[in-house]
Design a binder for this molecule. Structure first.
Ligand code: GTB
Length: 224
């Protein structure tokens, strides 16, 4: 049985691939691994059956059957799942130990250093927009994002990917930067804009994007 992940039955992003199942789908496609998707409503995510898989009642999750002497496995957290897919299959991590560690380093940098400032800014837009201090707060959040983007842009320079060949680190960093795609914040850094476009041009990305879009458009019940 292929591994099964969970995704939104009705993604609020209307098929733009911003929900975090997209990074798993992309990793599976890069690794050439078939997968199934179980779609959940917001109510189902909070039910006991799902909470057993995901303590925080969110998507995505990952389940695989045991094979031979191995036990089955259930995971939550998109970073842990992408890393698991990358470690289990080829195509997303270099073989050489140092290069492999650096690729994983970038995966964590995307999740722990770049994504938080982007998500905090986005969340403020949803929850604090009506406050009279919102303008000042947004300027501060914009600056925090800009600092990170400037640092990342300087490190990437004219390189194609962050450290040698495309890796799980790039997959995660591109996934994170996509959340501000089309914004003035990202447009200030043409090399990062081109980096995101390079990620999105990959055939594996396109297949993953099409699969999650098909869910939104009702062309599939599973998205797999
Ligand atoms: N740290 C976890 C991970 O990386 O896996 C975070 C998981 C998470 O935030 N899941 C979100 C979720 O289940 C979906 S992806 N939310 C429902 C809930 O908490 O009740 C975040 C997301 C949602 C929607 C959009 N969008 O519409 O653009 C983008 C990103």
């Amino acid at each position: 049985m292929p591994p099964v992940i969970t995704g939104f039955a009705n993604s609020p992003d209307r098929g733009r691939g911003h929900a975090r199942d997209m990074r798993l789908r992309w990793a599976f496609e890069e690794a050439g691994v078939p997968y199934d998707v179980r779609l959940l409503s917001f109510a189902e995510m909070k039910e006991e059956a799902h909470l057993k898989l995901h303590p925080f009642g969110q998507i995505p999750t990952y389940e695989e059957d045991g094979s031979g002497e191995e036990e089955g496995l259930a995971l939550f957290e998109s970073g842990a799942i992408v890393l698991h897919i990358a470690e289990r299959h080829g195509g997303l991590l270099p073989k050489e130990a140092g290069a492999r560690a650096r690729a994983i380093n970038w995966l964590f940098a995307a999740l722990n250093t770049v994504e938080p400032v982007i998500v905090e800014r986005e969340t403020a837009g949803y929850t604090e927009r009506d406050k009279d201090w919102y303008g000042d707060r947004l300027a501060m959040l914009d600056e925090r994002v800009d600092i990170r983007l400037g640092q990342l842009s300087r490190r990437l320079g004219e390189a194609e990917w962050l450290d040698g060949d495309f890796s799980a680190g790039d997959l995660m960093m591109v996934s994170v930067l996509r959340r501000i795609e089309g914004s003035a914040l990202l447009a200030r850094y043409p090399n990062l804009t081109a980096y995101v476009a390079r990620g999105e041009a990959r055939p594996a990305y396109k297949r993953a994007f099409a699969a999650q879009l098909a869910v939104f458009e009702g062309r599939t019940k599973t998205g797999a």
